[in-house]
Design a protein around this ligand. Structure first.
Ligand code: ZN
Length: 248
């Protein structure tokens, strides 16, 4: 499995101390280390906004089974042509994991077709409940995770009805949020996961790490779109039935 971790890397490039204190090598490398714990059969690379083609050339995308996306303030700097390319690849089978403020990314808006808007509150205490314990992404995850301080995202979250809601979060200021949701689009599997504000420590939480790892395994393509255009039919249904009747 090839996983590519994309990060806008803006706060890190601007040497924002509060972010570098939590992610000394950038959020992309924090997430890369999480995915690498899956083992030697998983190859992880990183890409950032500052690289040529945002680090996402056709060659990189062609070799990506699962794309992980972390972005906050630079959504507009992702070219529409790249969004369209990633969209097509998701429809053809590439997995996509959208982390935290990627709820406002062009990718989420285009692929899911809604605004991704939500009700925002400041940082507070978050407790995350697993409400779908048999889902592969919830494997090894307890009923409830005490996340501690996180940025509060609250309902209404403008997303299309998910295939599965796996996690719901409660915040101690009286808010709730669908913090882990999945969809399928074409052959591609998509997971949105709320924790991961850049100055919080959620990515050090062992259960959050396990969820991201499970999500990579889950989103890895199990089927690809290969056939293009109208299906090619060699024999009609009537001919098939006649051949079957002959055999019987
Ligand atoms: Zn945030």
């Amino acid at each position: 499995m090839n996983v590519t971790v994309w990060n806008e890397n803006v706060a890190e490039t601007n040497q924002v101390k509060e972010v570098l204190d939590v992610h000394p090598n950038g959020i992309h490398n924090t997430v890369r280390e999480i995915v690498e714990e899956l083992g030697e059969d998983v190859h992880v690379t990183t890409a950032t906004l500052q690289e040529e083609n945002l680090g996402l050339t056709d060659e990189v995308l062609d070799h990506t089974d699962v794309l992980i996306w972390w972005a906050h303030c630079a959504h507009d700097q992702v070219p529409d042509e790249l969004v369209a390319k990633i969209h097509q690849r998701v429809l053809s089978g590439m997995g996509l994991i959208l982390l935290h403020s990627a709820h406002y990314s062009k990718l989420l808006k285009q692929i899911l077709g809604t605004s991704g808007d939500l009700y925002w509150r400041d940082e507070t205490y978050e407790r995350m409940f697993c409400v779908n314990p048999t889902h592969p992404i919830a494997e090894g995850i307890p009923e409830c995770i005490e996340l501690g301080t996180e940025e509060c995202y609250a309902e209404f979250f403008d997303i299309p009805k998910p295939d599965d809601v796996i996690f719901i979060s409660w915040f101690d200021i009286g808010e709730v949020f669908r913090s882990g949701c999945t969809w399928t689009r074409g052959f591609g599997k998509i997971f949105y996961f709320q924790p991961g504000h850049e100055t919080n420590h959620s990515y050090q939480n062992p259960y959050v790490r396990k969820i991201i790892q499970n999500a990579c395994r889950w989103a890895c393509p199990t089927a690809h779109k290969i056939r293009e255009g109208a299906p090619h039919i060699d024999v009609t249904r009537e001919e098939q039935r006649a051949q079957q009747a002959e055999k019987e």
